[in-house]
Ligand binder design. Structure first.
Ligand code: 0A1
Ligand code: ZN
Length: 868
C-alpha cells in the first residue's frame, strides 16, 4: 500500500458519472486588467443567471486568489466565504451582477498557467483550469459567456495589447500608459480566454473566406523573429482554405491573431481568435528549422485553427469529453498534412508516433480510455491516448461510414451543436443519424482502454483460403475484463508465385472475439496483406514467414502495408537475435533483412521519402515493446549489430543513395527535396554504422556545408552518437553558431541526450549544469530530461543512475512547473516491463518522488498510479 501521508490534503477524485449541469450561467463577462508584471489588478463583472429551481449559492472557482472586494448588484457584500480557494457568494434572486477584484503577480507565475510573463511578454494559458488563477469564475467548459476585455499597460513596455474577438477601442491613459478594449461576440468557455501584452512585431496577411469576408491575419513575435514567421502565415492560409474545402467550415471573426512565446507548457492553444503558441511551432527558416520542424509548424497551426470549429464553436461539456475536440482535431490536422504532401509517408509517421507514445501508455499503469472515467488532475490527461488514439477512433468512424456519410455526420454535428458544449456521445450519435449505421458496439472504443491484439492465421487448401482471426483486449488498470471491439480491417491477398493481387482490397468489420473469413477460387498460395493503411489501431500477431514479409515488402500495393512488412521483418530478426543472446551477423534473419533493404533501395519506382522510412530499423523501445521482459543492453547490441551489418553489406548502395540525394541542389522546401534530404541522412547513418573510415569526415562535410538545418542536424546527430574525431568540433561549432537561438540550442541539448555513446549519462549530468540549461523553460527541460528518458540504453543503465538523475530533476521541476514535470514522469513508471533489479530501482525513485515535500497533485497522480 502506498504511503500518502505527506502528500497534500488527499486530492479529490473527479468522476465522469458525477457530472451535474452548472447551477449558474454567466452570459456576459467584462474584465478590466491593469497590467503589470509585478502586480496586475483584475476587475471582473459577471452577469450571473440561476439555472433551474435551486437555492444553492454562486460558487466561483479560484486558485491562489484573494478577493480585494466583492459586490453584488453594485453593493459591497461581506457574506462571501472562501472554501478550498473557491469564492462562495449567497445570492437571493435569479439574476445578479457580481463584481470582484484581485491582484496577481504574473512575473512570479512559474507554472505558466493563468497570466504569466515570458521574455517580457505578458500572456495567458487557461486550458484546462488556468482561468481560475486570473479571476473568480465558474471555470468549467459548459459555462459559455460573451467577453468584453479592457487592458491598460505601460505603453513603452507593452505597446501591443491583444485579446479574443475583435478590437473595439483604444486610447491613451496618462502616465505613459495606454489601453485597449476587445469584444468577442461568440459565447465561449473560460478556457478559451486569452490576452497578450508585449513589445511585438507582426507579420500580417489577409484571407477572404468562401462567403467573401476579409479576415485580417497576424502572426505576432519579437521583432528579431519576424523573418521566421512566413511559413506559419502561409500554413494558416492553407489551413483556412482546406477547412472550407474539406469540411465546409468558414472562419467567423474579422481578425485572427497568433502570438509566439518561448515559455509554454504544451504546443499551442486555440483561444478564440487569439491563438498562443510555443515559439517552436511558429518560428521556422531553413537555417534554424528542420523539415520535421516545418511540418510540425504547419500541422500545429492547422490544428489550432481547426479547433475554431472542433473545439470552440462546438466545445466540450466537461473534461472527460476532451477527446471530442482533440481526437477529432488531430484527425483533421493529420488529414490536412496528408493532403499537403505524401499521404503514405504521413500515415507511416503518424503510426510510428502512435506506437512510440500511445501504445506504451495503453500497456502501462497510466492506461485510460479515450473518454476517461476519473482523474485527479486534468492536465495529466492531455495524453497520446486522448489525442492520437482519439484521432484513430475518428479515422475508424470515417472508414466505416465512407467519406460522404462521414462528411454528412460532421455537418450534422456542427450544425446541431454549434454554440454548445457537447459530448463524445453527441458526436457518435450524429454519425449514426447521418449514416444510418449502428455504432452501438463501436462505442466501446470510448470506454475500454488497451490496445487490441489480433491474431491472424491464413491457411490454404484446394482453391480455398481461410483467414482465422482472434481478438483480445488486454486488461488495464481498473478494467480487468474486456468486450470485443469493432475493428475495421482492410486486407488483400497476393499470389506468392505471381506476385499479383488475388482479388480486390476488402474492408471487413470484425465484431466478435473470433471470426473466420473464407476466400474461394484461390489458385496459388496466398500471402496476407493485413490491416492495410493501419485501418485499426491494433497489434497484429501473425505467423507470416520472413519470406512472405519480404515478398510483401516488395509487392504490396498499399504503401503502409509495404512499410509494415519491412518493419515486421526487421522486428522478427531483432527479437530473434535478442532472444538467442547473440549479436552476430550469422543470423539467417539478417540475410532476409539485407535483401529486402537492397530491393527497396534498388526500386526506381519508389519515392525517396518512402524508401527512407522503409529502410529504417525499428526503435529500441519498440523492439522492447515486443518482449516479455525488456533487456535494453541486449536490444542495443542486437540493433547495432544489424545496423552495422546493413551498413557494411550494402555500403555501395548507401554511398550511391547518399550521392544522388546530395546532388539535389540548393535548399528548397518541396516534398521531393525533403524526401532526398531524409534519405541522405538515413544513408549517412548506415555509413557511420558500417564503420567506414571516411564516414566521420563525410558527416562533418555534410554538417559544415549544409545550407539548411535538416542536413546540419542530421549530420550532427550521426556524429553525436559516434566516436569520430569530428564529433566534439561539430558540437562546439553548432553551439557557437546558434548560442543566441533558444530553439536551436534545444536541439544541441537533445542531440547529446539522445546519443548512443557510453558516456551519455555523464554528459547529460554535465549539461544539466550548463549555464544555458534552465528547468524553468519547458522546451529546455524537455530537450534534456525528456530526450534522455527516451534514450533506452542510457536511461536504463543497470546502475540506476539514469533513473536517479531524472527523478532528481523532476523533483526540482515540480516545484517550478508541476504540469511539465508530471508529463515527463511516465518513462519511470514503466518498471513492470523490466528485470527485477531495474524495476526495483525505478520503483525506488517513484517512491522518492511521491514522498517529496510539497509534491504537486499533478506529480502525485502520475507517480502514485505508476506505483500502484
Ligand atoms: N488545446 C491545446 C492543448 C493545450 C492544453 C493545455 C495547455 O495548458 C498548458 C496548453 C495547450 C491543443 O490541443 O493544442
Ligand atoms: Zn488540440
Amino acid at each position: 500500500m502506498l504511503d500518502v501521508q505527506n502528500s497534500l490534503a488527499a486530492p479529490q477524485v473527479i468522476r465522469r458519472q458525477d457530472y451535474r449541469p452548472p447551477d449558474w450561467q454567466v452570459p456576459e463577462v467584462a474584465l478590466d486588467f491593469a497590467l503589470d508584471p509585478a502586480a496586475t489588478r483584475v476587475k471582473a463583472r459577471l452577469e450571473v443567471v440561476r439555472t433551474g429551481a435551486h437555492d444553492r449559492p454562486l460558487v466561483l472557482d479560484g486558485d491562489g486568489l484573494t478577493p480585494l472586494s466583492v459586490t453584488v448588484d453594485g453593493v459591497t457584500i461581506n457574506d462571501w466565504r472562501l472554501e478550498d480557494g473557491r469564492l462562495v457568494v449567497p445570492l437571493p434572486g435569479s439574476a445578479h451582477v457580481v463584481e470582484t477584484e484581485v491582484e496577481l503577480a504574473p512575473e512570479r507565475n512559474t507554472q505558466l498557467m493563468g497570466l504569466y510573463a515570458s521574455g517580457g511578454i505578458l500572456c495567458t494559458q487557461c486550458e484546462a483550469e488556468g482561468f481560475r488563477r486570473i479571476t473568480f469564475f465558474p471555470d468549467r467548459p459548459d459555462v459559455l459567456s460573451r467577453y468584453r476585455v479592457r487592458m491598460m499597460a505601460d505603453k513603452a513596455r507593452f505597446p501591443v495589447l491583444l485579446a479574443n474577438g475583435d478590437p473595439i477601442a483604444h486610447g491613451e491613459a496618462g502616465e505613459g500608459r495606454h489601453w485597449a478594449e476587445w469584444h468577442d461576440p461568440f459565447p465561449k468557455p473560460s478556457y478559451l480566454f486569452a490576452l497578450v501584452a508585449g513589445d511585438l512585431a507582426v507579420n500580417r496577411g489577409t484571407f477572404t473566406t468562401m462567403s467573401g469576408r476579409e479576415v485580417e491575419l497576424g502572426i505576432w513575435v519579437r521583432a528579431r523573429d519576424l523573418d521566421r514567421t512566413h511559413h506559419a502565415l502561409s500554413a494558416l492560409k492553407t489551413s483556412m482554405a482546406w477547412d472550407e474545402r474539406t469540411y465546409g467550415r468558414e472562419y467567423d471573426l474579422d481578425v485572427f491573431n497568433i502570438v509566439a512565446v518561448d515559455d509554454f507548457n504544451f504546443g499551442a492553444m486555440e483561444n478564440k481568435g487569439l491563438n498562443i503558441f510555443n515559439s517552436r511551432y511558429i518560428l521556422a527558416d531553413p537555417d534554424t528549422a528542420t523539415d520535421y520542424d516545418y511540418d510540425a509548424v504547419a500541422a500545429v497551426v492547422a490544428h489550432e485553427y481547426f479547433h475554431n470549429w472542433s473545439g470552440n464553436r462546438v466545445t466540450c461539456r466537461d473534461w472527460f469529453q476532451l477527446s471530442l475536440k482533440e481526437g477529432f482535431t488531430v484527425y483533421r490536422d493529420q488529414s490536412f498534412s496528408a493532403d499537403q504532401g505524401s499521404p503514405a509517408v504521413k500515415r507511416i509517421e503518424d503510426v510510428r508516433s502512435l506506437r512510440a507514445a500511445q501504445f506504451p501508455e495503453d500497456a502501462g499503469p497510466l492506461a485510460h480510455p479515450i473518454r476517461p472515467d476519473a482523474y485527479l488532475e486534468i492536465s495529466n490527461f492531455y495524453t497520446a491516448t486522448i489525442y492520437n488514439k482519439g484521432a484513430e477512433v475518428i479515422r475508424m468512424i470515417a472508414t466505416i461510414l465512407g467519406p460522404q456519410a462521414f462528411r454528412a455526420g460532421c455537418d450534422l454535428y456542427f450544425e446541431r451543436f454549434d454554440g454548445t458544449a457537447a459530448t463524445c456521445e453527441d458526436f457518435v450519435a450524429s454519425m449514426e443519424e447521418a449514416s444510418g449505421k449502428d455504432l452501438a458496439q463501436f462505442r466501446r472504443w470510448y470506454s475500454q482502454a488497451g490496445t487490441p491484439r489480433v491474431a491472424a492465421t491464413l491457411t490454404h487448401e484446394g482453391g480455398r483460403a481461410e483467414l482465422r482471426l482472434a481478438q483480445r483486449v488486454p486488461p488495464t488498470p481498473g478494467q480487468e475484463h474486456k468486450e470485443p471491439m469493432v475493428l475495421p480491417l482492410k486486407l488483400r491477398l497476393f499470389g506468392a508465385e505471381t506476385g499479383r493481387p488475388l482479388g480486390d482490397e476488402q474492408l471487413i468489420l470484425m465484431t466478435d472475439s473470433t471470426e473466420t473469413i473464407t476466400f474461394e477460387g484461390v489458385g496459388e498460395r496466398p500471402v496476407l496483406s493485413f490491416n492495410r493503411g493501419f485501418s485499426a489501431p491494433i497489434v497484429v500477431e501473425s505467423d507470416r514467414s520472413a519470406a512472405d514479409l519480404a515478398f510483401l515488402g516488395r509487392h504490396d500495393d498499399d504503401p503502409f502495408a509495404r512499410y509494415e512488412a519491412m518493419q515486421q521483418l526487421m522486428l522478427d530478426a531483432l527479437v530473434a537475435s535478442v532472444a538467442a543472446g547473440n549479436d552476430s551477423s550469422q543470423d539467417g534473419g539478417h540475410q532476409a533483412v539485407l535483401a529486402a533493404i537492397a530491393d527497396t533501395l534498388d526500386d526506381p519506382a519508389l519515392d525517396p521519402a518512402f524508401i527512407a522510412e522503409a529502410v529504417l530499423l525499428p526503435s529500441e523501445s519498440f523492439i522492447g515493446d515486443q518482449m516479455a521482459v525488456v533487456d535494453p543492453d541486449a536490444i542495443f547490441r542486437a540493433r547495432e549489430a544489424l545496423r552495422r551489418n546493413i551498413g557494411r553489406e550494402l555500403e555501395g548502395r548507401w554511398r550511391a543513395a547518399y550521392d544522388s540525394a546530395s546532388a539535389a541542389g540548393p535548399y528548397a522546401y518541396t516534398s521531393a527535396a525533403k524526401g532526398l534530404r531524409r534519405l541522405r541522412t538515413v544513408a549517412l547513418g548506415f555509413l557511420m554504422a558500417s564503420g567506414a573510415a571516411d564516414a566521420g569526415a563525410l558527416a562533418f562535410r555534410q554538417f559544415d556545408d549544409a545550407d539548411n538545418m535538416t542536413d546540419r542536424q542530421g549530420a550532427l546527430g550521426a556524429l553525436a552518437g559516434s566516436n569520430a574525431p569530428e564529433r566534439v568540433p561539430a558540437l562546439d561549432i553548432f553551439y557557437n553558431r546558434y548560442s543566441d537561438n533558444p530553439l536551436v540550442l534545444d536541439k544541441w541539448f537533445s542531440t547529446q541526450a539522445l546519443s548512443a555513446r557510453d558516456d551519455t549519462l555523464a554528459a547529460v549530468e554535465e549539461l544539466a549544469r550548463h549555464p544555458d540549461f534552465a528547468l524553468a523553460n519547458p522546451n529546455r527541460a524537455r530537450s534534456l530530461i525528456g530526450a534522455f528518458s527516451v534514450n533506452q540504453r542510457a536511461f536504463h543503465a543497470a546502475s540506476g543512475a539514469g533513473y536517479r538523475f531524472v527523478a532528481d530533476q523532476l523533483i526540482q521541476l515540480d516545484r517550478i512547473n508541476p504540469q511539465t514535470a508530471a508529463k515527463l514522469l511516465p518513462p519511470l513508471g514503466r518498471w513492470r516491463r523490466f528485470d527485477a533489479a531495474r524495476a526495483a530501482r525505478m520503483r525506488a525513485e517513484l517512491e522518492r518522488i511521491v514522498k517529496a515535500p510539497g509534491l504537486s497533485r499533478d506529480m502525485f497522480e502520475q507517480a502514485s498510479k505508476s506505483l500502484a
